[in-house]
Design a protein around this ligand. Sequence first.
Ligand code: AKG
Ligand code: FE2
Length: 248
Amino acid sequence: MTAAAGYRGYQRVGENITKGVPDMHEAIDCYKELKQGMYGALGKPMEGCNQWPHNPPNFKELMESYISLCTDLSRKIMRGIALALGGLPDEFEGERGGDAFWVMRLIGYPGVSTANGKCTPENDIGCGAHTDYGLLTLVNQDEDITALQVRNLSGEWISAPPIPGTFVCNIGDMLKILSNGLCESTLHRVINNSLTYRVCVAFFYEPNYDAAVEPLEVCVRRSGGTRRFEKAVYGEHLVSKVQTNFVM
Ligand SMILES: O=C(O)CCC(=O)C(=O)O
Ligand SMILES: [Fe+2]
């Protein structure tokens, strides 16, 4: 994983940083591949090819069909969210999300005994508190380990235990802006206190890379008439986050 590779590929345990603190996880990061020069200077930092392991040989093919299924599912969920917000079903299509960018992280969290060399749980932070950057995240987590926590409105951390056969869906920063705060981008973190290695596949469904994201009129009306957020360019938001996420 290097900046030159468009931040794509494998990162060792401790290489990912959240708010200055190394995270106890390893990961393979993939992003929708951008055609060279497609978004000019805005796209440059994220240009590169995904780095798929050669073993197992069908890995790339399998992940690409997973990405395609997750993209279709996310698009459908976003249509439902658009209706729930009082908008049209295709509110998140066209210039906002018609060419949705995506991110996928295959994450492994060491069990406590290997993470810190001791056998007693020590609350190692697998992934520090953060909000996701885009519209919607589909979190596919190991079914037998509870490690993901979300912060509720009272400021308490509560567990999001895995429910077999389901995804946990996070709302991202861009949906918070578009909905003028009617949807909250929930703060969450991961603490793997189990003795077992935990695997999570997180699929992030994002706006178009160059989308200028601002509160939808219908959401401004429904939330009292005041625009709570300035316009943000998704690609700029992503790059600013990615560039502070790694020690290079
Ligand atoms: O491991 C998890 O359950 C969530 C990971 C996560 O929050 C992220 O990668 O943004
Ligand atoms: Fe997250």
